[in-house]
Design a protein around this ligand. Structure first.
Ligand code: ADP
Ligand code: MG
Length: 312
């Protein structure tokens, strides 16, 4: 017999709460209840993935469950917030238990890794659409915003750039060395939660890289009323990405390729000695607005728009 809506919620998405100090009531009531400790505020974010827009038809459900949660935790990381709870809204054309089992496995892998409780959600029928809302705790007035970069700040990124974008190219048929690890960066990004919490003590501004460095750094500079210069030679690139650039002569690739979910942050020069995470210095915040790229000693304006929904 086909499983009911409540049966499938119970089977796949109802697990006991771990963080009962914060998460007071989870799945099963009309609302979940959270209790915010004194001195903290709640950071809230939502990300949706729509079949045909964010992922291919027949995408691997385990990877979808993993990525859906990972990209939401990445937003919390970018604000320096500690993830504590999420809700999950699932819209599916039909109940496919094999799909659900695999989706849940990917989802719970990330939830367990980051000790996040699933406290509620919604389950409906329709075009495959996956939404997570994530909740994190951040000490009052300590969240790292986009709007507070200062002229003279140094710009840093965690990890490597262009890996996920190259993973997408591999999915589309491009051959590359080290394909397996590159593909993993595309399907299973690692939310930089620890790094976000660490830099909250000294970063001036931060964003997670979902649309690509050029477009995301632009959000920081626009919000802060400043500009920036990126030094191409300082970008952290793997041998696979360097090889791809050499073959295609597309040096802008690591600036425009998306979905790395690394953190890009700015920091005042006098605080650089406090940096406690692995990261690379890639440029400077400057007074003149707009983005510039320095490559082989030549500085040029960098004009690029990331992917935007509703524009053709
Ligand atoms: P209501 O009709 O009152 O909005 P629902 O029938 O949609 O409640 O959901 C019943 C319970 O199951 C609620 O506590 C809701 O938060 C939870 N829930 C529904 N779908 C999901 C899901 N996909 N994951 C986790 N919890 C869910
Ligand atoms: Mg209700």
């Amino acid at each position: 017999m086909a499983v009911s809506e409540f049966g499938l919620i119970h089977r796949y998405f109802n697990r006991s709460l771990n963080n009962t100090k914060v998460n007071r009531l989870g799945v099963g009531d009309d609302c979940a209840l959270m209790s915010i400790p004194d001195g903290y505020e709640l950071a809230i974010t939502t990300d949706t993935m729509v079949e045909g827009v964010h992922f291919f038809e027949n995408a691997n459900p385990e990877q979808l469950g993993y990525k859906l949660l990972a990209v939401n935790l990445s937003d919390l990381a970018a604000m320096g917030a500690e993830p504590v709870a999420v809700s999950l809204a699932l819209t599916m054309p039909k109940v496919d238990e094999r799909w659900l089992e695999q989706f849940a496995a990917g989802f719970w892998q990330v939830a367990e890794q980051f000790s996040v409780d699933l406290i509620g959600g919604d389950t409906t029928s329709g075009h495959l659409t996956l939404t997570v809302q994530a909740f994190g705790l951040v000490a009052k007035n300590r969240a790292i915003k986009r709007s507070t970069a200062q002229v003279g700040d140094l710009i840093y990124v965690t990890g490597l750039l262009g890996e996920a974008g190259l993973g997408l190219k591999i999915e589309q048929g491009v051959q590359c060395q080290n394909a397996e690890s590159v593909l993993k960066r595309f399907h299973q990004p690692e939310p930089r939660v620890k790094q976000g919490l660490a830099i909250a003590d000294y970063a001036n501004a931060c964003i997670d890289l979902s649309d690509g460095l050029a477009s995301d750094l632009r959000h920081i500079t626009d919000a802060s009323g400043v500009g920036a210069c990126i030094e191409w030679e300082k970008l952290p690139l793997s041998a696979s990405v360097l090889d791809y650039i050499q073959q295609t002569k597309d040096w802008s690739f690591p600036l425009v390729s998306g979905e790395d979910y690394e953190l890009c942050f700015t920091i005042s020069p006098d605080k650089v000695s406090q940096i406690s995470i692995d990261c690379s210095h890639i440029g400077f915040i400057q007074k003149p607005q707009g983005l510039r790229i320095m490559r082989s000693g030549v500085i040029e304006p960098l004009v690029y728009q990331g992917y935007e929904h509703f524009t053709c």
